[in-house]
Ligand binder design. Structure first.
Ligand code: I3S
Length: 130
């Protein structure tokens, strides 16, 4: 990954705050751990950044770093609305990747999560099959 330049900014598809939890990794079920993330969709990759507040702040330099927590390749992924048994929260999307990982993404305000659902679905469609 290189540095963030002007071209990247022009091509930025979407960014914002979402709640997320990874629930499956390589086919193996994980314990849910919901947390808020600054989320960026760019170039077919969805990146969830760690909340800087939850990071160790030993030095000023460390506290200014924004570290990706999960990087999700959208090619070959699927997205849908999660069924009620997946979570007690409202407005939950289920994102399944080609390599067998699953994430739940959620936001209480419906318009926010609907926009994400739409743009992720459209991105997956444009990327085409594997
Ligand atoms: O699907 P689950 O296991 O009921 O998910 C809940 C748990 O992860 C819970 O934490 P504990 O593992 O400490 O019980 C979380 O606090 C809840 O938010 C999870 O459920 P929801 O329905 O919020 O996705």
């Amino acid at each position: 990954m290189g540095s963030w330049d002007q071209e990247d900014t022009l091509n930025l598809e979407k960014a914002g705050i979402l709640n997320k939890t990874k629930i499956v990794e390589n086919g193996k079920r994980l314990r849910k751990n919901w947390s808020q993330s600054w989320t960026v969709l760019h170039g077919g990759i969805l990146t969830f950044y760690k909340d800087p507040k939850s990071q160790q702040t030993g030095t000023l330099k460390q506290s200014n770093q924004i570290v990706p927590e999960y990087t999700v390749e959208l090619r070959g992924a699927t997205i849908g609305w999660a069924s009620k048994d997946k979570s007690s929260k409202k407005n939950v999307c289920e994102l399944k990747t080609r390599n067998g990982s699953e994430y739940l993404v959620q936001y209480d305000k419906e318009t926010i999560i609907s926009d994400w659902h739409k743009v992720i679905m459209e991105t997956i469609r444009k990327l085409g099959p594997d």
